[in-house]
Design a protein around this ligand. Structure first.
Ligand code: HXC
Length: 510
């Protein structure tokens, strides 16, 4: 018996070493943790249980029969994050560059199947060179199996991808179908085809960082939802994110003990809006002052910053926050902002997370660049997402709500549940100046007349009361009481239940 136990220990020790000490050292030299070290940081101490530690590939081509490393380049298993179950796979770059073989894919799909059956989130830690080149089509088949499970699990359990090294070929498409992608600055990059292929096909010379580094994917492509400075920070931030998310689409949103009075008032909000309607102010101040303890998990912070998206808590329960940001492009809705917010709203709706929307929007961004880029369809994505969402929706208009953007930003007309406005709200087809220039075009040569017309238009429409008279706004509230009113609205809506007419699925304008 003793010998049998010793043999188990010996096999475990070999598996734990992955590609060996030399490659582990190389991994550390690059500032990266190993696959197993990452799991240790991610999960609660001592909770990781590994599956398939001894699994090996079955390939015999190109000398692979002499290269058997137990575990085959991916560590899989489960553990807990602050006590809640999480399934995790972590690519081991020290084993054949973390490349995916048929056996490696089987480990991943086993985990995905378990997570879906048992309804708990999956987090994937990526550091890998794509399909195992020696295996050919068997590896491609393996990727297909992983992809199909990503799709089946979408909207049922949260799926998160953290990119912690190279991520090429097949390894980009699985993350692309998960709910969130995060990256580590300087050590991670993602692309479908690398710099060498790019050079051959398009004759462009680019580095890996320029092609698919964290700064590209958080600012230009919007593939990544955020980036962190190193592995440890990234993994700690994943723990923070997981705390906001429900386990699956039929679970309640997490509720933690609330040490911040939900009825807390904040007098400074009464002076947040500047006297000059064209002067910006920071909408994030309102977000931070209304969520519990100022704790806000922002997503896509560096992309389309004219709209803010992220998670917070009110009375201890997770809410999704969508807010126009007057500090960037005056908070206008453009294609990027619409796409960004639409995807976030759909995530919240999938997982039953109530949505709080703060509105200060001068309209959609005009111009050929926007129109040629498909603004109509991109704007429609946000309109569609807010409209189809059946979760509780609470909206507060702080200042401008002009034109189509008024309708889009979770208005009453698209099934907003509770819609409030601050007394500073201006709900109108457009700003007074633009409106007068159109309807009084003939008088444009007379500045006094135009000034009077503009004042008349402002007096009539630059307020929340015309909308309130029609019931489009449920109440005009004092800014300092926003947290209290939103918290009470969310409490009221806890029992909300609406169903969409039967359909196979909708046809959102992609
Ligand atoms: C087998 C691989 C491998 C792969 C890396 N390795 N990628 N082995 N299949 N795909 C091995 C290397 O041979 C090396 O082994 C070890 O992993 C580390 O790789 P290095 O090249 O030394 O590391 P580095 O210089 O850091 O470069 C990392 C890399 C590069 C950028 C990922 O290895 C690379 O470009 N790999 C190929 C990427 C690729 O084209 N993949 C196929 C994509 S096609 P030793 O023994 O020397 O340590 C694809 C199709 C799926 O994925 C499509 C589905 C939609």
């Amino acid at each position: 018996m003793k010998e049998i136990l010793a043999e188990l220990e010996r096999r475990r020790d070999t598996a734990q070493l992955g590609g060996g000490l030399r490659r582990i050292e190389a991994q550390h030299k690059r500032g990266k943790l190993t696959a197993r070290e990452r799991i240790e940081v991610l999960l609660d101490e001592g909770t990781f249980e590994e599956f398939d530690m001894f699994k090996q590939h079955r390939c015999t081509d190109f000398g692979m029969d002499s290269q058997h490393i137990p575990g085959d380049g991916v560590v899989t298993g489960w553990g807990t994050v602050n006590g809640r179950t999480i399934y995790v796979f972590s690519k081991d770059f020290t084993v054949l560059g973390g490349s995916l073989s048929e056996a490696h894919a089987e480990k991943m799909t086993k985990l995905q199947d378990m997570a879906l059956r048992n309804r708990a989130p999956v987090i994937g830690l990526f550091d890998a060179g794509g399909a195992r080149i020696q295996e050919g089509v068997a590896a491609l088949g393996g990727y297909g199996e992983v992809f199909s499970r990503n799709v089946l699990a979408s909207g049922v359990i949260p799926q998160i991808s953290l990119i912690m090294g190279p991520c090429a070929g097949g390894d980009v498409y699985s993350p692309a179908m998960t709910d969130f992608i995060f990256m580590v600055r300087d050590t991670s990059y993602m692309f479908v085809t690398g710099p060498d292929v790019v050079k051959t096909v398009t004759n462009e010379t680019v580095t890996s960082e320029e092609l698919g580094g964290a700064s590209v994917h958080t600012t230009k492509s919007s593939i990544a939802d955020g980036a962190f400075d190193n592995d440890v920070e990234a993994l700690h931030e994943m723990r923070r994110l997981i705390d906001f998310l429900p386990m699956h689409n039929q679970a309640d949103v997490p509720e933690i003990e609330c040490h911040d009075d939900p009825h807390r008032i904040d007098m400074s909000l009464d002076t947040l809006i500047p006297d000059n309607p064209n002067k910006p102010y920071d909408m994030k101040e309102l977000v931070l002052k209304t969520v519990d303890e100022g704790d806000f998990y922002e997503l896509q912070e560096s992309f389309a910053a004219n709209i803010i998206t992220g998670f917070g808590r009110i009375e201890g329960r997770t809410v999704g926050i969508v807010a126009n940001q007057p500090m960037v492009l005056a908070g206008v809705l453009d294609s990027d902002a619409s796409r960004k917010a639409a995807r976030f709203v759909r995530f919240c709706d999938c997982f039953g997370i109530p949505i709080v929307t703060y509105v200060d929007v001068p309209g959609f961004l005009p111009g050929t660049a926007q129109e040629y880029g498909g603004l109509i369809k991109h704007g429609a994505k946000l309109l569609f997402a807010f409209t189809e969402a059946t979760v509780p929706k609470v909206t507060v208009i702080t200042r401008k709500a002009y034109g189509g953007a008024y309708d889009v930003m979770s208005s009453k007309h698209i099934r907003g549940d509770i819609n409030y406005a601050w007394p500073t709200a201006e709900i109108a087809v457009m700003g007074a100046k633009g409106a007068v220039e159109i309807i009084y075009r003939a008088e444009l040569g007379d500045p006094d007349k135009i000034a009077q017309r503009t004042k008349d238009y402002e007096d009539r429409f630059a307020n929340p009361f015309v909308a309130a008279e029609r019931g489009y706004i449920d109440d005009v509230i004092r800014p300092h009481s926003t947290r209290r009113r939103v918290a009470r609205a969310l409490a009221l809506l806890r029992s909300k239940k609406v169903e969409l007419p039967w359909k196979k699925h909708d046809n959102i304008p992609l």
